[in-house]
Design a protein around this ligand. Structure first.
Ligand code: SAH
Length: 251
């Protein structure tokens, strides 16, 4: 296995690169790829930056230039449903590009000429991610996130959800829009800006992939409040601990 790990924000990636043994940095296409061992696994970590095109380019490069055999995406996302809380974790069971609409030529959400609206991650990777996330919440959350930050973000027994993740080139911060999307996409658990693009690339190149997201906001008018603080003090910790568990389990 050569594992590509994509993050969208620098804070989420930093701990992983620091954990690498003697990482080698390669610059390609305005991105820095860090190659090295992560807890015994041959890995390449990279920051995709934000949005579907950025993520698709990064995923393609990971496969075509750096030879990764599997891809994980770690990041934050808005809650796709009222039952999902800030601090919960979502593991994608399927992904859709919510701003893809070539109707009436193709059904809404269908990526033209693939015949697909939903892209499905690798089942095994999804199981391992969910197991790593559950294990983390049960045993390591208290050491990973300070009590002050847990109180600040009301992290009260966070949960792991599996379901549909919708990606689009839009930071979702409007409850009416979110409700419309939730109505159009049954089983929606999270909204973000990259996952379904990585999913399409991996589908087309035949690469198993997984997407895991920490819920940072409710995708409504309050979404931008404390966003960066959450990323730094909560989501970055989640990503580090969960990927560590994931890597240790895989070996
Ligand atoms: N304020 C940030 C921008 C973050 S963009 C900055 O200045 O850098 C949002 C990132 O988090 C994207 O990578 C996206 O995938 C994810 N995300 C979190 N909440 C989201 C939401 N409500 N809607 C869309 N993407 C969201």
């Amino acid at each position: 296995m050569r594992l590509g790990i994509i993050s969208a924000l620098a804070e989420e990636q930093q701990g992983l690169v620091e954990a690498m043994e003697r990482p080698q940095k390669r610059v390609h296409g305005m991105r820095e790829y860090f190659l090295g061992k992560l807890w015994e696994i041959d890995a390449v970590c990279v920051l995709s930056r934000i949005g579907k095109v950025a993520a698709a380019m990064t995923a393609t490069t990971l496969v075509e230039k750096f030879g990764v055999t599997h891809i994980l995406f770690t990041g934050v996302a808005g809650a796709g449903d009222k039952s999902i809380k800030v601090g919960d974790i979502v593991v994608a069971e399927s992904l859709v590009q919510h701003d893809m609409d070539a109707s009436p030529l193709f059904p809404r959400f269908e990526v033209p000429l693939t015949g697909l609206t939903h892209f499905v991650p690798d089942h095994q990777l999804g199981m391992r991610l969910a197991a790593a996330a559950t294990g983390f919440l049960q045993t390591e959350l208290l050491e990973a996130v300070t009590e002050g930050e847990r109180q600040q973000f009301k992290l009260d027994q966070p949960r792991v959800h599996r379901g549909l993740v919708a990606s689009g080139d839009q930071f979702m911060n409007d409850r009416v829009h979110l409700q419309a999307l939730n109505d159009a996409l049954p089983g929606l658990v999270a909204v973000e800006m990259e996952g379904a693009a990585v999913a399409q690339v991996c589908y087309e190149l035949g690469i198993p992939f997984g997407v895991i997201r920490t819920i940072s906001d409710n995708a409504n008018e309050d979404a931008a409040t404390d966003f960066m603080r959450f990323v730094k003090s909560v989501a970055a910790q989640y990503a580090f601990y969960i990927i560590r568990r994931f890597c240790r389990d895989v070996v």
